[in-house]
Design a binder for this molecule. Sequence first.
Ligand code: NAD
Ligand code: TYD
Length: 351
Amino acid sequence: MIFVTGGAGFIGSNFILDWFCDHDEAIVNIDKLTYAGNAETLAPLAGDPRYGFAHVDICDRDAIDALFAQHRPRALLHFAAESHVDRSIHGPGAFVQTNVIGTFALLEAATAYWRTLPAGERDAFRFLHVSTDEVFGSLAAEDAPFNERTPYAPNSPYSASKAASDHLVRAWHHTYGLPVLTTNCSNNYGPYQFPEKLIPLMILNGLAGKPLPIYGDGKNVRDWLYVGDHCAAIRAVLERGVPGQTYNIGGWNEMTNLDVVQAICNMLDEHEPRADGASHASQIELIKDRPGHDRRYAIDATRIERELGWRPAQTFETGLAKTVQWYLDNPAWIAGVTSGSYRHWIDSHYA
Ligand code: NAD
Ligand code: TYD
């Protein structure tokens, strides 16, 4: 069996749901259920003997040790994190706590457990750390995309805390020999993404007739990857990745924020036209920029394609169409996550 941390969040829950489509190997999901964790997403797995849930903070070393002793996993896939850049600007403490201290606690617990394994199981054990392209900092328009040799230059409290966790993971391999794998992925989008992030926020605000707030001049560039493709890449790295190696994961799909929001508006115009006949793009508002806003991220995903045979299956058009349709079809999930604390965040952040 395997452990997944943060499996009630956006990418972790997609990973777990996808996993059981063609695996019977059990998963225990270790999640503290912060505002970003939603147990409802995994409700379809209730009663499934392959799925277990542990309501545990990854910083709680004793609880993590007990889970290792009880379940004896062959791998730990580490998704749990504080993940929203804007929140990291307002309150960086939780990011250092979960992303740095939490990863440290997991590494310590995993290493202690791994040392007790018989030789064959010890060689086969994997600690797979899910990280971000934001650790590499910001690119100018003419710069080559990030590859696995790009120096780290994190600029936000979020990316700095993720960079710190990547360094700890690297050191635990180099110093103690723990068989680690690290992935650095670009911006994900898809079903079950909490609507504080760009794409779901724009879909929901668009449908509600609210402003579509874009920071600065709207020309910041991100690489966008459909979440199902990210999950497939993680499975490939888990199965075939070389311990100690890092893998960049991206969609070969750089877009400005304005182009992303325009594409969403076009789809909303098609599926849910406004009563007044205007385009949803009329709701776009350029607002005060995010402090320290990275200008451009781009990923060179050649290594994972060449060495592990992974490439994204979705284009931005097909992935976005699935995503918009999912948000249209799932009002109950949306109502469940856009609770009082969510509305408070939106009101205070965009005030
Ligand atoms: P998310 O914020 O949607 O979910 C995070 C999950 O971690 C939640 O279920 C939350 O309850 C849980 N969690 C937070 N603190 C915890 C703690 N102390 N103990 C246990 N559980 C805790 O995040 P996401 O978008 O699904 O991202 C998952 C991982 O992928 C993160 O490590 C993130 O850095 C990385 N990543 C995300 C993206 C993206 O575009 N979303 C891109 C690249 C990498
Ligand atoms: P986000 O989804 O927060 O991801 P990240 O900052 O980790 O890349 O934001 C993606 C891009 O969209 C980023 O350039 C910031 C921008 N953005 C807006 O312009 N308006 C918004 O309301 C949000 C949430 C993001």
